[in-house]
Each structure stands twice: as structure tokens, then as C-alpha cells.
Design a protein around this ligand. Structure first.
Ligand code: RB5
Length: 151
């Protein structure tokens, strides 16, 4: 008898004050789809410095404690800039579903960054769904992403 053990995917989520409401909704939706969510973000709408949640999530990804990550701030740029300081991270900003597909297919982004102040929540959920269901194409894209790390 062949025993199939399917691993529950663990997804980290980090956010600053601009992304609290989105974070809560995203956790609810993805939990209902069977993902295990790990919260690295603030739960308060008080001003919060995005690196204080981005670095812990990136380190957890590098240690293999989570499989993928989602990051939310106002523009997405603060999160992306911070997360991409980590060699084990490829964080890609997406603001529509076409870019969400390409950021997985071409860049194999292991963290998806979404800009809470510039797109509607429904679009963010569609972006996340597209990114999760898209697959890395490998080939020339693998050659390119292998050239990214500095050390
Ligand atoms: C917070 O006001 C804002 O600066 C932050 O959410 C983000 O957009 C930074 O890049």
C-alpha cells in the first residue's frame, strides 16, 4: 500500500499598521483553504516600523520554519526592500494578477508583497490566489535567479 503524506503548507505573514485589516482577512481566507498561517506582523493600527516584522519573517523562511511568506505595507516597497536584504528571500511586489503569476513563474518569489494603500482588498486576495497556484518555470529563469545572491 502506498501511503501519501501531504504536508500542510505554512505561510508567514508580516505587516505594519497599514496592513492590519488586510492581514486579518488574508489569514481568515487562507486558513479556510487549509494553509497554516504564522503571524509576524503587528495587530495594532498604531504606527509600526515594517522592518520589525519583515526581518523576523525573512529569517524564519531562511531557517525553513515557513514555506512561503506574504508581506503587506502601504506601498509594498518598504517590505520588499527590507526582505530582499536576506539572501534566502526573493520578495516580489505585485499589484495585479498578471504580475502575481509572473513573479512566481519567472522569479520564483518565495515572498509576495502587496500594497495595502493602492489596491482593493478583493484584488489582493485574487493576487495571492494567483501567486499560490502559479508554478516556477525553471530553465533560463533558474539560471537568472541563481545569479541574484551576493555571497
Ligand atoms: C507607512 O506610513 C508607510 O510608509 C509604509 O506602510 C510603507 O508604505 C513603506 O514603504
Amino acid at each position: 500500500m502506498v501511503k501519501i503524506i501531504s504536508k500542510i503548507m505554512k505561510i508567514g505573514i508580516c505587516n505594519d499598521h497599514a496592513g492590519v485589516q488586510w492581514k486579518n482577512q488574508i489569514i481568515e481566507v487562507l486558513t479556510s483553504k487549509g494553509y497554516q498561517m504564522v503571524n509576524f506582523g503587528t495587530d495594532s493600527t498604531e504606527s509600526f516600523d515594517y522592518p520589525d516584522s519583515a526581518h523576523p519573517m525573512a529569517s524564519a523562511l531562511e531557517r525553513g520554519e515557513i514555506d512561503l511568506g506574504i508581506a503587506i505595507c502601504g506601498t509594498g516597497n518598504g517590505m520588499a526592500i527590507t526582505l530582499n536584504k536576506h539572501n534566502g528571500v526573493r520578495a516580489g511586489l505585485a499589484w495585479n494578477t498578471d504580475i502575481a503569476a509572473l513573479v512566481k513563474e519567472h522569479n520564483n518569489a518565495n515572498i509576495l508583497v502587496v500594497p495595502a494603500r493602492f489596491i482593493p482588498m478583493e484584488e489582493a486576495l485574487a493576487i495571492i490566489d494567483t501567486w499560490l497556484s502559479s508554478e516556477f518555470q525553471g530553465g533560463r529563469h533558474l539560471r537568472r535567479i541563481n545569479k541574484i545572491p551576493l555571497a
